[in-house]
Design a protein. Sequence first.
Length: 190
Amino acid sequence: MATNIIEDETFSEITIIQLPSGGTFENCKFINCNFADANFFKMSFMDCRFESCNLSLVHLSETGLQDIFFKDCKLNEVDFSRCLDFLFSVSFEDCILDNAIFHKKKNKGSRFVNCSMIETDLTEADLTDAQFINCNLHRASFSYTQLKNADLRTSYNYTINPDENNIKKARFGIHGLPGLLTKYDIRIEG
């Protein structure tokens, strides 16, 4: 079965209906597209960039995401755990990832910059060397998460149990200490 390969294309202001069906997108740009609730079943994206797109509730079953960058995108309730594991790599800047799911995903060295990640599920994810720069992690789920050498110095509103997560050599700001000590039910003042 031949695979439809689309390379070096820019798609602007389209919906899923206007996107060529199936296949693989390499080095493509998607700008101001509305893919809300779209089904990307078995599609592959490699070295692609999504800018100012609405991808809320997009379905990613067996979807390949390799070296993908999202900027100014809405990704509410997107279940990245359903993506193919092979070479999975995504990074985000100025995105809304509220209620997104990264359960058991390996995304080492990923970048989350100025993102809203309210109630995002990071359970059992491998985020070794990840950078969380100025992200709101209110009620995000960290459970058995690999955060080795991760940088959370400028992020806020997180609660991370150091006994339940691997935070070896991770970096935190002084303002984040209450989120690391929540399990002790102590008050930090000053």
